[in-house]
Design a protein around this ligand. Sequence first.
Ligand code: PLP
Length: 430
Amino acid sequence: MTDGPSYGFDTLQIHAGARPDPATGARQTPIYQTTAYVFRDADHAAALFNLQEVGFIYSRLTNPTVAVLQERIATLEGGAGAVCCSSGHAAQIMALFPLMQPGCNIVASTRLYGGTITQFAQTIKRFGWSATFVDTDDLDAVAGAIDDNTRAVFCESICNPGGYVTDIRALADITEAAQIPLIVDNTAATPYLCRPFEHGASLVVHSTTKYLTGNGTVTGGCVVDSGTFDWSATDKFPSLSQPEPAYHGLKFHETFGPLAFTFHGIAIGLRDLGMTMNPQAAHYTLMGTETLSLRMQRHVENAEKLAAWLEADDRVDYVTYAGLPSSPYYERAKAQYPKGAGGLFTFAVKGGYDACVKLVNALEIFSHVANLGDARSLIIHAASTTHRQLTPEQQEAAGAGPNVVRLSVGIENIEDLIGDLDQALAQACS
Ligand SMILES: *Cc1c(COP(=O)(O)O)cnc(C)c1O
């Protein structure tokens, strides 16, 4: 498709990045199931390896199917470029890698996906990096946690699982003053509900495993760059602003401008970390993106109805969904996400841990799985699964106490979803 900045989201989610296959005319993007690409001649090969020409060398770095997905997600987010990788967790490392050095830190929200808290609290220490966790509603605490070695602030747009909505604009004001990027994990909102760059974020990460694919088939991740952060304004980001020895002293920011972060992600990140998305996964995710807006509309509609039904039920203690007027984040969600607050929420079952375990066992349509963002409805008891490695304090802070279950509301008939929860709650609370 030619550049059409005026096309709407529903058009772009089908067409952005793609064109009929130049070799065959195939209308759907082919799965380029190949590891390597034939060079035209030795000069062509040399130009590719020197980053003087953009093209395909080897599928650890770039692949035409993956490239279509990268361009599509970048377009949907309103970014300059994107790099896909093997999972959402890979995307987080890929986002931090160009920014960090041993001794550097990030300031991260306490309200994050459980696996992200573990990755940031434990694993990144092996690289000599660290994370300081703060309540991102306490803006003074966020600003106070930033020191000379801080290289980014990290948050989720809609937080999984707590029904919490981050005030992205307020955090962006702080990161702009500190001259560091704000990284937003936009997995739960998707660019259909929220475009963090419009609220001042510099980088977006996705687990494409979730709504972007939307059918629970493949893991994947993506780092999207707004292209607007000035990597050369300070000496904090030498990987992007200073000469790169492995490419004959090339300076990424000077050479590639708004695509510096994206090129670095491919030429250094994928080259050396190897967290590559494979073309099959890109194909499944491309299929998913074609219907993203339609699915998100139904996810939101079903979540709103189900949350209201549960909130009115005696067997339920409380529901945390930013789309409910009872939520402390209702107004913020309406302002930031006018199309709805997503398809995820938690509720607390009277009867606590034991009732939650009975509930997940009794459900017929909802599957008890450690995933979200599938077309089918999912439930998980976080305290006994995804958030099990966390301390009780971390569990509570993440909105995943022992009496709490998380729903990822699917796109089935709402009457069937209510009926299923009704019968399972009857068994759990008997
Ligand atoms: C699932 C998820 C991740 C991790 O993604 P993977 O694809 O499982 O590696 C990160 N952040 C959020 C919000 C998620 O839901």
